[in-house]
Design a protein around this ligand. Sequence first.
Ligand code: FHN
Length: 477
Amino acid sequence: MNIMLMLMKRAGFSLLLLSFFPILVKGQQAGSKTNPYGEMTTLAQFSGPSTGTYHPSEEERKRIAWFREAKFGMFMHWGLYSIMAGYWKGEKVTGGEWAIKMHKLPIEEYRALAKGFNPTRFDANDWVSLIKAAGMKYMVITAKHHDGFAMFNSKASPYNIMDGTPFKRDPMLELKEACHLQGIKFGLYYSHAQDWNEPDAYGNDWSFGGYKGDMDAYLEKKALPQIKEICEQYQPDILWFDTPGGMTIERAKKVSDLVRSIVPDALINSRIFSSNAPGIWDYMSSGDNDGFPQYHQVPWELCGTLNKSWAYKRWDTAFRPVNELLYHLIDAVSKNGNYLLNVGPTADGQILDPYAIRLRQIGDWLKVNGEAIYGCSGTAFGTEFGDYATVEGKKKFVASPANWRSTTKSGKVYIHVLNWPADGRLVLPPLKGKIKNAFLLSNRNKKITIEQSADGLVCHLPSKAPDALANVICINL
Ligand code: FHN
């Protein structure tokens, strides 16, 4: 892969977040020879600005094919921090899975939480059924987060769910089996660099008398053996790494080589390393709750929270409305990305109603409109997102109002109408190719009239939006 990237820290985010900022490649056509998929070539529509360049090998292309079809997955943060649920000794604390570091909690007391971890209401099949009902095609769950506690059966460290808790079951194995039964791809999150339980790893600067870590010792002793374990035990479809502080390219390569030697088909996300690493990762993770501003050629994934937290916090009731969640899915797909939507199960193993209800609503929408999401390429236009402009002397992306988005498939352009026009007239940029007919996916019998000229399209829509969430016009070319 030859990707031009610049590393930057996203401001205004309290956690360490390494994100990638794409360099704008003006005039790059997704249908040109630079796109080995040729997805847009059949349609030859895309003419907007695009970022990144993508030259995968045949092997990489095959490996990632399912992911590009899938588009929508579930992220889950579940661990000892779920017991805290946003409280420490009765006091409300911020940070969720980060509370231990943010509040410099005594490590021994945090470790002792394991004795009370007994998720008796956990049922892997129920969780995976909910994933299916949401229309998601894959999941990624925390096998080990930064706290260092393994939510899987591990011989490499006794600090794990089988040895350290009264539960004595392996939820990762149960979930893997349930995913296999229900046709859902199974991914594992593993915090490879940051481990607050280990003096040698990156991250814990408050418990061990000052930070003097030996990253290679930690990798050899714990991270690599555990990565080997999870690859062998669960053959994950995705290895989702995060916060690569302290990872050199050599260390990242060691991790990636190990994964490839055991599960050659598994996908690896870009947070294995802090910048471009040819051949090491398969797809890019954009910022947390922060997708790319424009069409991005490299396969990518937006991960986002359903409320404001990754891990379960009892007091976080700021659940996002379904239309906002749906917008993130549609927006990501229109920019050639995927959406990994997070839920935080409770310590006793439940996914509570505020999550489940919203997920089912998204699933219901996808039952009607899924053909405009799954297996789709990005927009046929590209100019609807906005553009870079100089604002107060600085180059900045200025987003346009998100009234609509577009996704495509061979011979079809989908228009996702996000704000229904009051006068029933939706004006769009010009489209190459002659329109044969158009209809709403929610009512295929009712044709939509579209005036097409060199200046653009004018779609004549019913006066009232049939679906309050989002409506999709299917245009046949
Ligand atoms: O530090 C983590 C955080 O706890 C959470 O896991 C998110 C999910 O993308 N990633 C990290 C910060 O980017």
